[in-house]
Write a protein that binds this ligand. Structure first.
Ligand SMILES: Cc1cc2nc3c(=O)[nH]c(=O)nc-3n(C[C@H](O)[C@H](O)[C@H](O)COP(=O)(O)OP(=O)(O)OC[C@H]3O[C@@H](n4cnc5c(N)ncnc54)[C@H](O)[C@@H]3O)c2cc1C
Length: 500
């Protein structure tokens, strides 16, 4: 590049780190500004003063996270466990056990998921009530039109309208929404529910298979990633909260203001959460004057709680990763046996359990002691041996409004990667794109997509190779194309009279 272009990336989660990494490799001068004390965003990990590793929730890496797996290979890292089985508990005990789907004979989707998942109590008749929903699987093809058709209804309404039994909804779909979209069905967009369920569970039989990091993601992945960014000349600056953006008379961004310091910029990539961008908006008259940014005040975040408890004895768990439902009406939770997942804890004499709560609004203002006693009580409901165990150390992390709320009607306000400021690009797990991935993989992919837009803008560098999600299976492709033909045909003679 004749003159090295300066790109400022705001936010050092998966999206920001992904954008910064690719741009530094392409010769851009990158400054990554992070408000927190550590890079990693929601996936950040750090050590407590007494030397224990903690993080803001345990993160799974599902089978289709092919871009993250490719990055980890490129960095020469080996951070993951092998694929693990999982279990689902209610206060009545074990409800569901999942196998490792890729090890079983492959069946056309969604047969494998229905046949191989072991439901301990849910009667067959309830499971069969999901059949009419197969139509939505075909009809929701992740296109903009499909999002607009399904986004304004709640997931609960969708399942109700398609005849899903009350028990199947309460014991299977709602628990999946609580851990996948962090909210109960009446608070989730039906479009988001369908997109998330398809990506993680239904698109291909092995999609629900998951691996975990054998330590904090911060230590195992982000530390070497940040080292690569810095080695290529990038700067990763923590404790730099961005407050404003400077735009010149031509409407181009020229700088970013963080903690009263101005960072000169030829282009900007925002990689912050919904709550993060809303805070920047509140202090930025420039962004407030752009309609698409002021519309972001219609979006919201969800509270989560990440707890880690050290026990005085080892308790045997059935599977290392477990999801739980039915303990609170609108909160889902998961627990992980870290002695079986993370190198640091393999040989400890006592159990180390991470329990994460999603849509945890009512817990956020409880004291640490109150939270610990709830976690211990609920763990003991699943595994009675926890009654006798004593908590000898703990970490409680409250993430207020931290995760994206895919609320009904929110899609219309979410932003694509391009903005009305031509050299400002957006990334993060809430940005509208066509890739089809979710959560960490989506955040990373949107970071690469934003980097590619910067490359397009300056006409310099090679674009990041983004691995597409595996194509739909042939019978789904066939059903989708028939469905699209019928839809297009009916548009010709039915007036646009009804709500979509
Ligand atoms: C408890 C929990 C469990 C989860 N489990 C999983 C899982 O198992 N698998 C999975 O794939 N995903 C999971 N997720 C979701 C996953 O963490 C997110 O989808 C992903 O990390 C989002 O990355 P991001 O880069 O878009 O945003 P974030 O990680 O939110 O990063 C945004 C960054 O921007 C910074 N920032 C905000 N405002 C400013 C500002 N003004 N100036 C500078 N910096 C700013 C923030 O500090 C943050 O570091 C989980 C989330 C939580 C909370």
């Amino acid at each position: 590049m004749p003159e090295q272009k300066q790109v400022t990336v705001v936010g050092a989660g998966w999206a920001g780190l992904g954008a910064a990494y690719h741009l530094t490799q392409q010769g851009y001068k990158v400054t990554l500004l992070e408000a927190g004390s550590y890079p990693g965003g929601l996936v950040a990990g750090w050590k407590t003063p007494n030397g224990n590793s903690v993080e803001g929730g345990i993160h799974g890496f599902w089978y289709p996270y092919q871009n993250i797996f490719a990055l980890v290979r490129e960095l020469g890292l080996n951070p993951f466990t092998s694929f693990t089985r999982s279990c689902q508990y209610s206060p009545a005990g074990v409800e569901v056990e999942s196998p490792i789907f890729q090890d079983l004979p492959k069946l056309p989707t969604p047969l494998g998921t229905f046949i191989y998942t072991k439901f301990k109590r849910l009667p067959l008749i309830d499971r069969l009530s999901a059949l009419p929903l197969l139509y939505t699987l075909v009809d929701f093809d992740n296109s903009d039109q499909a999002w607009r058709r399904y986004d304004k209804i709640t997931a609960r309404e969708l399942f109700k309208d398609f005849g899903v039994s009350a028990r199947l909804y309460k014991e299977a779909f709602e628990p999946m929404l609580l851990v996948g979209l962090f909210a109960p069905g009446e608070m989730c967009s039906a479009a988001a529910a369908l997109g998330m369920l398809y990506y993680f569970i239904l698109a291909h039989q092995p999609n629900f298979d998951v691996v975990w990091c054998r330590g904090t993601v911060g230590q195992k992945i982000f530390k070497p990633l940040v080292e690569r960014i810095e080695k290529a000349g990038g700067r990763v600056l923590t404790n730099r909260r961005v407050q404003d953006i400077i735009v010149d008379h031509d409407g181009k961004a020229t700088g970013i203001v963080a903690e009263n310091e101005v960072f000169y910029s030829d282009a900007v990539v925002f990689a912050v959460s919904v709550n993060g961008i809303k805070k920047i908006l509140s202090s930025s008259p420039t962004l407030q004057s752009c309609q698409e940014f002021s519309n972001l005040n219609n979006l919201g975040g969800i509270d989560v709680l990440a707890t880690r408890l050290w026990f005085d004895r080892k308790i045997q768990t059935r599977h290392p990763s477990n999801a739980c439902f039915g303990f609170n009406p609108t909160t889902g939770w998961t627990f992980f046996d870290l002695n079986r997942l993370q190198d640091e804890y393999y040989d400890l004499p006592g159990s180390v359990i991470e329990a994460d709560f999603y849509h945890a609004n009512q817990f956020l203002y409880l004291s640490d002691e109150e939270i610990i006693s709830i976690v211990k009580r609920d763990l003991a409901t699943c595994l009675p041996e926890f009654h006798k165990a004593k908590v000898i150390d703990s970490s409680i992390i409250r993430v207020a409004g931290g995760v994206t709320h895919f609320a009904p009607g929110s899609y219309q306000y979410m932003l694509p990667a391009r903005t009305s400021i031509e050299n400002v690009f957006m990334s993060g797990d809430w940005i509208v794109n066509n890739h089809g991935s979710w959560s960490q993989e989506k955040a990373y992919v949107t970071g690469l997509e934003a980097a590619n837009l910067v490359i397009d803008y300056f006409g310099h560098g090679s674009k990041a190779k983004i691995i597409a999600v595996e194509p739909d299976e042939p019978h789904i492709q066939w059903a989708r194309s028939i469905n699209a033909t019928v839809r297009d045909f009916s548009k010709n003679f039915l007036p646009g009279f009804w709500l979509p």
